[in-house]
Design a binder for this molecule. Sequence first.
Ligand SMILES: Cc1cc2nc3c(=O)[nH]c(=O)nc-3n(C[C@H](O)[C@H](O)[C@H](O)COP(=O)(O)OP(=O)(O)OC[C@H]3O[C@@H](n4cnc5c(N)ncnc54)[C@H](O)[C@@H]3O)c2cc1C
Length: 337
Amino acid sequence: MSLALWDGAGKLGVVDIEWDCIVVGGGAAGLSAALVLGRARRRTLVVDEGKQSNLAAHGIGGLLGHDGRPPAQLYEAGRAELAAYPSVLVRRGEVTSGHADGDCFVIESSDGSRERTRRVLLATGMEYRPPEIPGLDALWGRSAFHCPFCHGWEVRDQPLAVLADGERAMHMALMLRGWTEDVVVLTNGPAGLDAVQRGQLAAAGVAVEERPVAEFISHAGELDAVAFADGAQLARRGVLVATTMHQRSDLAAQLSVAAAPPGPLAADAITIDPFHRTSVPGVFAAGDLSVQMPQVAAAIAAGSLAAAAVVQSLLADDVGLPVPPWPTQKEDIHAHA
Ligand SMILES: Cc1cc2nc3c(=O)[nH]c(=O)nc-3n(C[C@H](O)[C@H](O)[C@H](O)COP(=O)(O)OP(=O)(O)OC[C@H]3O[C@@H](n4cnc5c(N)ncnc54)[C@H](O)[C@@H]3O)c2cc1C
């Protein structure tokens, strides 16, 4: 890429840049990675569409130092910190394609830009897919949530529901009992629960409701009641929703990065080793796209670790820093649980 450099007073010149690392995605993982890369003086481009998955949430639950902080504020603060590092550029945009080209990668964005980079760090997050039921969308990230650790505190001791069936219903309902004594499982149709499971739920004081759910009714922006197809209503103040996570695009597939078999939450998490290296040499991954347990704190940690690994792999090329060989065998890498 050609980059015009300015010093605030005037144009200094145009230089051809080959980035050390392009970070795709500027959420918790990508911004955290860029901070470490910037402090390591690496020429780093962050391309971010700005659609972090938790933007709908009232606040980030469980992030030390930022507990309850609105997510957009955290990302704004992260971008502001990056401004102190001259080798880091954060650009709003969508990466549409990527491929290997010799020792480098070519990354293309929707604005037509085409850049070369020595390393790629995928931090694109995941698309969370809750079931499509009227009213649920409007409550998403507040009284309809996918994770009790994120939002259970806000609805503690309230009458709650779990929208799930089978094994997931068991896990989620019994887990939610840690936050309230009043839990009803909504299986949204005939339950896939056997007698043993039903007995276990009953023993924990969890009721099972099999009527199809027609709508989630809200009041002042929060859940008020669950309406069933037969017209009956059940008062509830929160619903824990079985949600699956999916890659947001085929970018990882374009780069030939291997995905793990479907897990309980993530349908197609990217496999990585403990250094956040994917199956493709030069391509790293961090954050939701490579885990089964999504969390802001974990994404920040993953971005930080991945960036440190990127820096070391660059120094291995540049000055022979010893690093473990890139994993080539499938058994060397795994989707982080
Ligand atoms: C509604 C909701 C509430 C949540 N609440 C909490 C909570 O309270 N506490 C908690 O710990 N966790 C919470 N989580 C989970 C947490 O948000 C995620 O684990 C975390 O944000 C993952 O960070 P990430 O950087 O991997 O992905 P994201 O934050 O999703 O960031 C990925 C970024 O990459 C961008 N991107 C994607 N593809 C491209 C592309 N091709 N080109 C350019 N940019 C791209 C996206 O637009 C986005 O900006 C919540 C999740 C949801 C859905």
